[in-house]
Design a protein around this ligand. Structure first.
Ligand code: C5P
Length: 304
């Protein structure tokens, strides 16, 4: 995880918080605790936020600033939740000045809030002689959010259970994908994860665990191309309510031969660009024509 640390000097640590996409997301069943059982493959992206934490003995409580996104400066922000959890576990001085530089749009299925939280845990630990072990950090992360644990692992990984049971994917498959260009596109509105899962539970459009394991097995054995592996069960509840996704996906497929996918519970979507792709401008224009200039469009790549 040390490669996420962007700055470390006396009493200050800055940690990069990468965004993620789900290359595969199967919802297998509803659990008795209200969550859903998942089989998902998550991949980290080169785009991300920065979490900077500085010790400040003049402060009595941790405080958060998020330039340009003042609406995120509150106690519910997962960065502050993470810092509080770390302090609860370890104790010590409470004076920390936290700066969050946001690039990942919220409510997008890109894991921004979760990744920020994990980077905050890493920064607190780094500032304080790494007092918590990796497994203790993992436990704290999984208490903050279902997909937080995955950000403690590198690159592309498999997440099961509520999303917190992480295992690595065979390197030969993932190494091939590193550096691969990803085009992200998001409509002007965000989506609530809880609402999307509620809609799916109402429809009961689950994928069987057997099928999910078979797909992941075939892909990680190199027997299924990534293009065919791409899948997200949360597209059904999202596309049912928001009718503007599918027509753009169809248009992108027809014009550029590219398959698009919703990431997580949305609203951000992505398409994996082939190595020789040169029509970025045309693709951006098509998206903005369909969803308006307010659409967010970003080229990035898969990272380790
Ligand atoms: O864990 P997290 O707070 O990120 O989840 C947000 C919401 O998404 C949960 O309250 C739940 O409604 C839904 N969810 C779910 N099953 C999961 C993950 C999330 O139903 N595995």
């Amino acid at each position: 995880m040390n490669d996420r640390i962007r700055e470390k000097s006396n009493g200050v640590v800055t940690v990069f918080a990468p965004a993620k996409i789900n290359l595969f997301l199967a919802v297998n069943s509803k659990r008795t605790d209200g969550y859903h059982e998942l089989t998902t493959v998550m991949a980290k992206l080169g785009i991300g936020d920065l979490v900077r934490i500085e010790k400040n003995h003049h402060l009595k409580e941790p405080i958060l600033s998020c330039p340009g996104f003042e609406e995120l400066e509150n106690r519910k922000n997962l960065v502050l939740v993470a810092v509080e959890k770390w302090l609860e576990k370890v104790g010590g001085e409470r004076g920390y000045q936290i700066g969050l530089r946001k690039k990942i749009p919220s409510m997008s299925g890109l894991g921004g809030g979760s990744s920020d939280a994990v980077s905050a845990l890493l920064a607190m630990n780094e500032l304080n002689d790494n007092q918590l072990s990796n497994s203790e950090l993992k436990r704290l992360a999984s208490e903050i959010g279902s997909d937080c644990s995955s950000f403690l692992d590198q690159g592309i990984c498999l997440a099961e259970g509520r999303g917190e049971e992480i295992s690595p994917i065979i390197a030969s498959v993932t190494d091939d994908l590193l550096g691969h260009e990803i085009f992200l596109f998001r409509p002007s509105m965000g989506l609530s994860t809880a609402e999307i899962y509620r809609r799916l539970a109402h429809n009961r459009t689950y994928s069987s665990l057997e099928w999910s394991k078979e797909r992941v097995g075939a892909w990680s054995a190199g027997k299924l191309p990534t293009e065919e592996f791409l899948h997200n069960d949360l597209e059904i509840p999202v596309f049912q309510k928001y009718l503007f996704f599918q027509p753009l996906f169809d248009q992108i497929e027809k014009e550029f031969g590219l398959k698009s996918l919703l990431s997580g519970s949305g609203s951000c979507c992505f398409t994996c660009l082939p190595k020789d792709f040169e029509k970025h401008h045309d693709l951006k224009e098509m998206i903005e024509l369909a969803w308006g200039d307010e659409a967010w469009v970003q080229k990035t790549h898969l990272i380790r």
